[in-house]
Design a protein around this ligand. Structure first.
Ligand code: ATP
Length: 374
């Protein structure tokens, strides 16, 4: 049997705790079904509630431990009532992202049968794309948490958009490899560079590097869209896109827009991957308005767990982890198709625990083996 992998687990605040518990239970069940050893979880205290108790946003040594694990899983962090003295949010997450260079932000956007569909065109049932958001530079380079905004008295403030060759080459390469992987799983094999190359030198540079990298991937269709046109197209014809690669701020906005097309925050899975490690978390926050009420939809966290398994398959060159990921995705797909998953978030009757129990039941059904799982 393969060695057990180590996962740094930060459940965080609010619904982060409930959805992490749900995701971990399902990841563990998928590992067991594939005959893989259970993960060893290193639980790390962090977040706004921890800050309120201790004055620190993560436990001492927590960042180092997180970096030593094979991957990190995070629930959600932040409570509106707990802030730093300057009013900014408690955010060890952004520090982890910077420290470990987690440049490749993955946001899969997929329509599920009987799931929420916001567009009346029936083709919106075919939406299945990934937005790849650069996550360490771009306009977030000078975000308030980094203290790099240039504040000129009370007269002017400047924020800088930074694009480096080093990160952008890796980002585009990641995008092409992702499109190739999806092509091997039956998708179109297309990567669209979303930029504003007609206006900004930084964006022309972003596109120039895209063109350079594309030469190594003749099997993948490479094309472009300006970000404003992309916003329009995400509403007009979202079913036509496969993988979109874009700058940090553009990706921040477009991924929420695209996520809205197929549901709410409870469906928004997310992975942030760097050269050495990856962090997986639902894209939603701690949702204090519904915390402690068993109302949160755990699917974003569960699908983030599936992304983590897929990542570990590549990192460890161990395809069985990709099988475990496919089992989870298939369980969610079947659950929607068969009308067995009806989250409260979309007007159904199932809270966090009921949803997790149903996904576990779907996973346990050994009469069903998804295509491609060996
Ligand atoms: P942050 O800035 O940390 O993202 P936020 O308050 O802006 O926090 P969320 O915490 O994601 O955003 O919550 C936004 C809305 O979406 C809230 O009304 C919340 O209840 C709802 N929401 C978020 N996640 C879920 C979920 N998993 N299931 C159901 N509803 C959710």
């Amino acid at each position: 049997m393969a060695e057990a992998l180590q996962i740094a687990l930060i459940k965080g605040d609010g619904i982060g705790v409930d959805v992490s518990d749900a995701a971990i239970a399902i990841v563990d069940a998928a590992l067991a079904r594939c005959g893989l050893p259970a993960f060893v979880y290193d639980e790390i205290s962090a977040g706004a509630a921890y800050f309120r108790e201790t004055g620190q946003d993560i436990e001492p040594g927590g960042e180092d431990r997180a970096g030593r694990a094979d991957a990190m899983f995070l629930g959600a962090i932040g409570l509106p009532s707990v802030r730093y003295p300057d009013g900014t949010e408690i955010s060890p997450h952004l520090r982890l992202r910077d420290r470990f260079g987690l440049y490749a932000g993955l946001r899969p956007i997929k329509a599920y049968p009987n799931g929420p569909q916001r567009l009346s065109d029936p083709r919106s049932g075919q939406i299945d794309m990934v937005i790849l958001r650069e996550s360490t530079e771009g306009l977030f380079y000078s975000a308030a948490t980094h203290g790099r905004s240039q504040i000129i008295g009370d007269a002017e403030v400047r924020d800088t958009l930074r694009i480096t060759r080093r990160t952008t080459e890796k980002l585009h390469d990641f995008g092409f490899r992702l499109a190739r992987k999806r092509k091997s799983r039956g998708m179109a094999g297309r990567l669209t560079c979303v930029d504003k190359a007609n206006v900004f030198a930084s964006m022309a540079f972003f596109r120039k590097i895209f063109d350079e990298v594309s030469g190594a991937y003749p099997d993948i269709t490479a094309d472009y869209n300006y970000v404003d046109a992309q916003a329009l197209d995400l509403v007009r014809r979202p079913w036509e896109f496969d993988v979109l690669v874009t700058e940090n701020m553009f990706g921040d906005i477009l991924s929420d827009l695209a996520g809205g097309l197929v549901g709410g925050m409870g469906m928004a899975a997310c992975g942030e991957i760097g050269d050495d490690t990856g962090l997986f978390q639902p894209a939603h926050g701690s949702a204090p308005d519904i915390m402690g009420q068993d109302k949160a939809n755990p699917l974003a966290a569960i699908l983030s767990g599936s992304l983590m398994l897929d990542y570990l398959a590549e990192k460890r060159a161990a395809p069985a982890y990709a099988d475990a990921a496919a089992l989870i995705e298939d369980a969610v797909l079947r659950g929607f198709r068969e009308g067995r998953l009806e989250p409260l978030e979309f007007g159904g009757t199932m809270g966090t625990r009921a949803m997790a129990a149903e996904v576990l039941a779907l996973l346990a059904d050994k009469s069903h083996v998804p295509v491609g799982v060996g």
